[in-house]
Design a protein around this ligand. Structure first.
Ligand code: COA
Length: 697
């Protein structure tokens, strides 16, 4: 027996305890241990076997770290088949999360008991594969094709009560998994219950699989795994069990070979690695119980909402009573959304709005708070005034954070006598919904202040990324460049509508011009005006078509018109043909003869611009690792998860070909296209961005 599975015989019942912390993933040693444990139980003359997980969970899946490596025997499908084929009664006793291979092992058992807090699911599609150890064959036989498709194609976790109602669990019982498993197994043995292999259950009734496949592919914006997994369930309906297993295996391996699988697994480990920084090891964060937010506009109210929902006391400072009341309304409206979605109840809503939230119009109210997050107008002189006042008012040790999206955090910090307490916390709007938080570390920020930024991010349920100081930090700096690449393509002949469509096909939730309409065109307008004042690089192109929209009062969705026209009552968008006239005027003024762009070229140029700037951001140390950029784009900019983030995408495309393209574009427009030194270095050394991730983590 391996160390990963402990065997014990208690009277008629053998117990197999899986012990592979932290989540009892089904690595080779666990698989081997389960197989040997079954043989041992049979050899020992046991009547029943109980399988459970030590520690926090029943197995939470196959060991994802083994993916992409040569498979090692025994294979999981064979282990599940071995359990199912045993003449002994096998009981799975589930607690924690029985996910993926974990649920497949449980489906190999004859009976399943769980604690009420347990959860089950087949989340393989979320990492680009599909159940590969009988999940698509046994689950539909047990609960029907429709419910199985829902669970398998969504990858969602199912609570114990729902799993009981569906028939996945036979019984729920409070207690330790070992104890409830043993009691249930004894009862079944006493009753003389018979084994109940799922493979012998009849084929489930089919649904319209072609329709489900198409709808799922469309919903996933090109992500293959959920759709392909549906074909596995189809096989359960149409084929004998063993043929269905073979079909499942073939589909599984097809997905295993895809770039999407690599991209999604990169995202899985990336989102866990992103907040693990060697510099913070052993650094304790400061205590935060009470935060203040300055400014109650959309952003400030969103930040206050997120903080309240995480259990923090919040003081919101506004300029006057009227503005404070408007801020209260925004926060209450955000929290009512949380109430509607069942995240909080009425009593909690009342507590948050009446007790936990305080409105203030005087800086004195901030004297005792542990942290201040400033979300006022994006203007350096305004920010400096705020920080001077905070410096004069706040207690020693209070963290002074700015939510600026572009401005120099070092300069803001220098306006106080305590720059070590100043940090950037860049939230994304709406701040109580968007998962990204850029923790912007200025030159003098103290390590425990950085640690507190990350601790706050975790408390608010955010994916926190460390960023250095530069114009736009990680995300907005890269955005400015790929958006400029899109604008250049427009000047050269593409339309905003074609660009949006091409990028939505690539997998973005929205193309850049639809995003600009959503965010408000006035934001970009203000940035362009500032950059023009600061002075553009010599010979840089400076299109004005978006300015023309703003000058006419068209700021996007909020005014009903921008790049698109938004009609009241209809959720769709229609191209705003007026934009084409503004674009034509720009082309004429610049003497450009428009040419055709293929969708493929649009994606290639847009991505090349994104990757090149991302490589600069990593090369300059603004982002510590390529994965930090990838997580920023995934969580803050709608980058399709199944493409892994720009730098993972670049690795998968091949860096050398991408660099060749960038050089080719640079020959046409050397002002905009300048190959990033880091990209050139990696190509010269035959390495990838992911190699850098591995060095750093
Ligand atoms: N294989 C390998 N490692 C795994 C794993 C798996 N299937 N599932 C989790 N881990 C690791 C995580 O990487 C993390 O490692 P770290 O501490 O070195 O960062 C550790 O286990 C704890 O996981 P974490 O996600 O931080 O804990 P959690 O309590 O928030 O969530 C789970 C636990 C199981 C819900 C979550 O990890 C999960 O969804 N895992 C993947 C499940 C899955 O996809 N299974 C199907 C695989 S085919």
């Amino acid at each position: 027996m391996t160390d990963a599975v402990h065997y014990e015989k208690l009277g008629d019942i053998a117990v197999l305890a899986i012990d592979n912390p932290p989540v009892n993933a089904l690595g080779q040693a666990v698989r081997q241990g389960l197989k040997e444990g079954m043989s041992q139980a049979e050899a020992d003359g046991a009547k029943a076997v109980v399988i459970y997980g030590e520690g926090r969970s029943f197995p939470a899946g196959a060991d994802i770290r083994e993916f992409g490596k040569p498979p090692m025997e025994p294979h999981l499908p064979d282990v599940c088949a071995r359990i199912e084929a045993s003449p002994l009664l096998v009981v799975a006793a589930v607690h924690g999360t029985a996910l993926g291979g974990g649920l497949e092992v449980a489906l190999g058992a004859d009976y399943r008991i769980a604690v009420p807090a347990a959860r089950v699911g087949l989340p393989e599609v979320l990492i680009g594969v599909m159940p590969g150890a009988g999940g698509t064959q046994r689950l539909p036989r047990l609960i029907g094709a429709e419910s199985a498709v829902d669970i398998i194609a969504s990858g969602r976790q199912v609570g114990a009560q729902e799993a009981l109602e569906l028939g996945i669990f036979d019984r729920l019982e409070e207690g330790a998994p070992r104890e409830i498993g043993l009691a249930y197994a004894s009862e079944l043995v006493e009753q003389g219950a018979a084994p109940r292999p799922i493979r012998e259950m009849p084929n489930p009734v089919p649904i319209d699989f072609d329709a489900a496949y198409e709808a799922t592919l469309k919903k996933g914006r090109g992500q293959l795994s959920p759709a392909v997994a549906i074909r596995g369930v189809q096989a359960a309906c149409e084929l004998p069990f063993d043929d269905g297993m073979k079909r499942e295996r073939d589909l599984f391996w097809e997905l295993m070979e895809t770039d999407q699988r690599q991209a999604l697994i990169h995202a899985f480990f990336g989102e866990r690695a992103v907040s693990k920084l060697p510099e913070l090891e052993g650094v304790a964060p400061r205590e935060i119980a009470h935060v203040a937010v300055i400014g109650g506009g959309t952003m400030g109210a969103g930040i206050a909402t997120a903080a309240l929902l995480s259990g923090l006391d919040v003081t919101l400072l506004e300029m006057n009573a009227e503005a404070a009341e408007a801020a209260r309304e925004r926060i209450t409206s955000n929290l009512s959304g949380a109430l509607k979605r069942g995240k909080i109840d009425e009593a909690k809503l009342a507590h948050l709005t009446e007790t936990a939230l305080t409105l203030a119009t005087d800086y004195d109210a901030l004297a005792q708070v542990d942290m201040v997050i400033e979300a006022v107008f994006e203007d350096m002189s305004v920010k400096k005034q705020v920080f001077e006042k905070l410096d004069a008012t706040c207690k020693a040790g209070a963290i002074l954070a700015t939510n600026t999206s572009y401005l120099d955090v070092n300069e803001i910090a220098a306006s106080t006598s305590r720059p070590e307490d100043v940090i950037g916390l860049h939230f994304f709007s709406p701040a109580h919904v968007m998962k990204l938080l850029e923790v912007v570390v200025a030159d003098k920020t103290a390590p425990d202040v950085v640690a507190t930024g990350f601790a706050l991010g975790k408390r608010l349920g955010k994916v926190s990324v460390r960023a250095g100081v530069c114009d736009g930090f990680i995300g907005n700096r890269i955005l400015a460049v790929y958006r400029a690449a899109a604008d250049n393509m427009i000047l050269d002949g593409a339309s905003p509508f074609q660009i949006d469509a091409a990028l939505e096909d690539f997998g973005f939730a929205m193309g850049p011009f639809a995003v600009a309409d959503l965010a408000g065109l006035d934001i970009g307008w203000a940035v362009r005006k500032r950059k023009r004042e600061e002075g553009l690089p010599a010979n840089a192109r400076d299109p004005h078509f978006a300015d023309r929209l703003c000058e006419a009062g068209h700021f996007g969705q909020k005014t009903g018109k921008g790049f698109y026209v938004y009609e009241k009552g209809s959720r769709g968008r229609k191209p705003n043909e007026e934009v084409l006239e503004h674009i034509a005027a720009d082309r004429e003024a610049m003497g450009i003869t428009p040419r055709e762009f293929s969708d493929e070229e649009i994606v290639r140029r847009y991505m090349a611009a994104m990757v090149n700037e991302a490589a600069m951001v990593v090369g300059e140390g603004i982002a510590r690792r390529p994965l930090d950029v990838d997580m920023t784009l995934l969580y803050g900019y709608g980058f399709p998860r199944h493409q892994g983030g720009p730098l993972k995408w670049a690795d998968l495309q091949g860096l050398s070909g991408l660099l060749d393209d960038i050089k080719h574009y640079a020959a046409e427009d050397p002002v905009f296209w300048k190959p990033a030194p880091l990209l050139e270095e990696l190509v010269a050394e035959g390495r990838t961005f992911d190699d850098l991730n591995k060095e750093e983590t």
